[in-house]
Design a protein around this ligand. Structure first.
Ligand code: ADP
Length: 166
């Protein structure tokens, strides 16, 4: 049985991420979404919050995937989980360079681990967590891009932030 890991920041999970998770579960029996703890990025949601938002999403949509937090080197985590494949989403050419570099570096670190890229539905190809956060910060509508509970969590984060603030 092939185990796969879908790593990312998920700050927060969007319909684009969900699309990739669903595609991965159609191919593999054992999919684990790995929420990165230290990302080098300033996250809006804490690790625990990001984990819970993914958990709730999988529960609501009855997606047969697991979720866990991960820290440290991805290849170490993949080995520890006895997985063989890393899944990443590829939206546009702009994703390619970074993903290409990371996939080849991970291969250098462990030749046994394969990175597999999945393309989301075209309507999600322009979607990113950062653009969602920008819209939510300006109190714009994000209903079409994230699940309801994520929209609620975003609203709660920005409730006291005036839309015009820098
Ligand atoms: P990063 O690891 O760069 O912080 P994220 O945590 O947001 O990225 O996403 C994890 C993975 O999901 C990455 O492979 C990213 O390309 C992919 N991804 C993010 N948004 C989408 C989307 N709308 N459609 C498809 N893949 C996506």
């Amino acid at each position: 049985m092939k185990r796969v890991i879908y790593p990312g920041t998920f700050d927060p999970i969007t319909n684009g991420h969900i699309d990739i998770i669903q595609r991965a579960t159609r191919i593999f029996d054992n999919v684990t979404v790995a929420v990165a703890k230290s990302t080098g990025k300033n996250t809006l949601f804490t690790t625990e919050e990001r984990l819970q938002l993914v958990e709730e999403t999988l529960r609501q949509l009855k997606v047969p995937a697991k979720v866990t937090i991960f820290d440290g080197l991805l290849v170490d985590f993949v080995r520890r989980k006895k997985a063989q494949v890393v899944v990443r989403g590829l939206r546009a050419v702009s994703d390619f360079e970074f993903e290409f570099q990371m996939a080849l570096m991970n291969r250098k670190l462990d030749e046994q681990i394969e990175t597999l890229f999945l393309m989301p539905k075209d309507t999600y190809s322009y979607l990113s967590s950062s653009i969602i956060k920008q819209i939510a910060k300006l109190h714009g509508p994000v209903t079409a891009f994230v699940p309801k509970h994520v929209e609620k969590a975003l609203r709660a984060k920005y409730v006291n932030v005036p839309p015009t603030r820098e």
